[in-house]
Design a protein around this ligand. Structure first.
Ligand code: GLU
Length: 473
């Protein structure tokens, strides 16, 4: 590796959403830049005019900021825009033409197919020595070497060698003169002084071509690193049609950015040791691109969810309360806005904090406090309102009418009511819990009742009893 300061880059094309795979690429580049004292360049590859929407570009910048990559850190440089460098791309293509490293070609796809008998064999070099001049409609092709091989130095994959005679004379500028991605990407990397290109595996097949361009432009190629593909539970490449892939969707569902960062960094790499949940600074300090695994990385939503639960539990109570806020208001929350009471929420927040896996679940834990009536969930009702339920409800209700309204006592009442009808506390709790909260799982029952208050609890027990009696008739 050269001794020059490390300069890496993240070069997304605006696509309208920010893929979790893109987030991982960005995080790895960021970690390399940070732990080598180098620079992270953000370059937006926006040459496709149809995709050049300001809000999409903003989406990239915001998504990066959400995972802690932004210009408040001196490691960050940019954003640069590929479209601003169009002249340089054209000049580079012309430079290759003037040096005899590229030639004009007027072959149509059909002609090539006819000559080679296949769509897949690539260009057959027909125009190589025809000496065609530049003209509207003629593409410019790079003349690849006939002999030897192009050896790519890849920090993850070793040194894959590509025989040059298998690399077709590829197009570098289209018939209208516009340079293609392959060369624009190389020229930008060159101009930005990039020393390591760390990107997705899908670009590996471009790499020998791009390395030839670096050499032909008289520059020393960078070191490459192609990150493993990310797959779903069926071992299929993660795709936006099939899978949830937008970083934003995870964040808006209540995955914490720090949990996402930690989990994404483990997609293809591990810090060693038995601890996978580590502070970000530690992950960045330990990260080595050479240690990234070449085989596909499984995006395990269950594991991510478990990580997220751990991160939620590690929040300070204040931060947990703040983090829940978006889900406690309209339009997300199911209750009338005026029915919400922040102090009541805060009194049960710590009970919820230990139970959530994603923040959006918060409403289902606390809605019984703010809805006029508990949710009506048939399954929960049927599960809880088994034989003996009406008896327990009736007896408990009678005692709760005058009992001291305090957790231990609320529990003692129910223990007694259960015993009378041969039910253990767990079984006796179920009908009370569903009557009071609408659900079979939730916050600890007696704490919930204490906060909800005697009047509302009694009303709900009465409503449940009436419903049971009506059912039994
Ligand atoms: N713009 C390309 C993409 O979004 C990245 C190219 C690269 O990293 O070299 O896939």
């Amino acid at each position: 590796m050269s001794a020059a300061p490390v300069r890496v880059r993240f070069a997304p094309s605006p696509t309208g959403m920010f893929h979790v795979g893109g987030a991982r690429t960005a995080l790895y580049n960021w970690a390399v830049a940070r732990n080598s004292g180098g620079t992270f360049v953000l370059r937006i590859e926006d040459t496709d005019a149809a995709r050049n929407k300001p809000e999409w570009i903003e989406g990239i910048v915001n998504a990066l900021a959400a995972i802690g990559i932004n210009d408040s850190d001196p490691t960050f440089e940019g954003p640069y825009f590929q479209s601003h460098n169009a002249d340089r791309h054209r000049k580079a293509a012309q430079q290759l033409y003037s040096a005899g490293r590229a030639y004009y070609c007027d072959c149509t796809r059909e002609q090539v197919k006819e000559r080679t008998g296949s769509e897949h064999l690539g260009y057959d070099g027909f125009c190589r020595d025809r000496g065609l001049a530049s003209k509207e409609g003629r593409a410019l092709r790079f003349r690849t070497p006939d002999q030897g091989e192009t050896v790519v130095v890849d920090l993850i994959r070793g040194t894959p060698a590509f025989p040059n005679d298998a690399i077709e004379d590829f197009v570098i500028a289209r018939g209208d003169g516009s340079p293609v991605f392959l060369i624009a990407n190389v020229v930008d990397d060159l101009d930005e002084g990039i020393t390591q290109v760390i990107r997705g595996e899908e670009h590996l097949s471009n790499t020998p071509k791009q390395q030839l361009l670096w050499e032909a432009l008289g520059a020393e190629p960078p070191v490459w690193a192609h990150l493993p593909v990310i797959v779903n539970d069926k071992r299929q490449k993660l795709s936006k049609r099939r899978d949830k892939v937008a970083l934003e969707d995870y964040l808006s569902e209540g995955f914490l950015p720090e949990a996402m960062v930690n989990y994404l960094m483990l997609l293809g790499w591990g810090p060693g040791g038995d601890q996978e949940i580590l502070p970000r600074a530690e992950l960045e300090r330990l990260f080595r691109i050479e240690d990234v695994n070449a085989s596909p990385a499984f995006f395990d939503v269950k594991k991510l969810t478990a990580f997220n639960g751990e991160y939620i539990r590690a929040l300070t109570p204040e931060r947990f309360i703040t983090a829940c806020a978006p889900w406690l208001t309209t339009p997300y929350a199911p209750w009338r806005p005026e029915a919400f009471n922040q102090a009541v929420f805060e009194s049960v927040a710590s009970l919820a904090q230990t139970r959530l896996a994603v923040l959006s679940e918060i409403t289902s834990y606390v809605d019984f406090l703010f809805l006029d009536e508990p949710v009506n969930d048939e399954d929960s009702w049927n599960k809880a309102m088994k034989a003996g339920a009406a008896d327990v409800l009736r007896d408990a209700r009678a005692e709760y009418a005058t009992a001291e309204w305090e957790v231990e006592n609320l529990k003692a009442v129910l223990v007694r009511a259960g015993e009378k009808h041969g039910l253990k506390l767990g079984k006796a709790q179920a009908p009370i819990r569903v009557a009071v909260t609408g659900r079979t799982v939730g916050l600890p029952l007696f704490e919930s009742m204490e906060v909800l208050g005697r009047d509302r609890v009694l009303t709900r027990l009465d409503t449940a009893l009436e419903r049971l009696i009506t059912q039994q008739r």
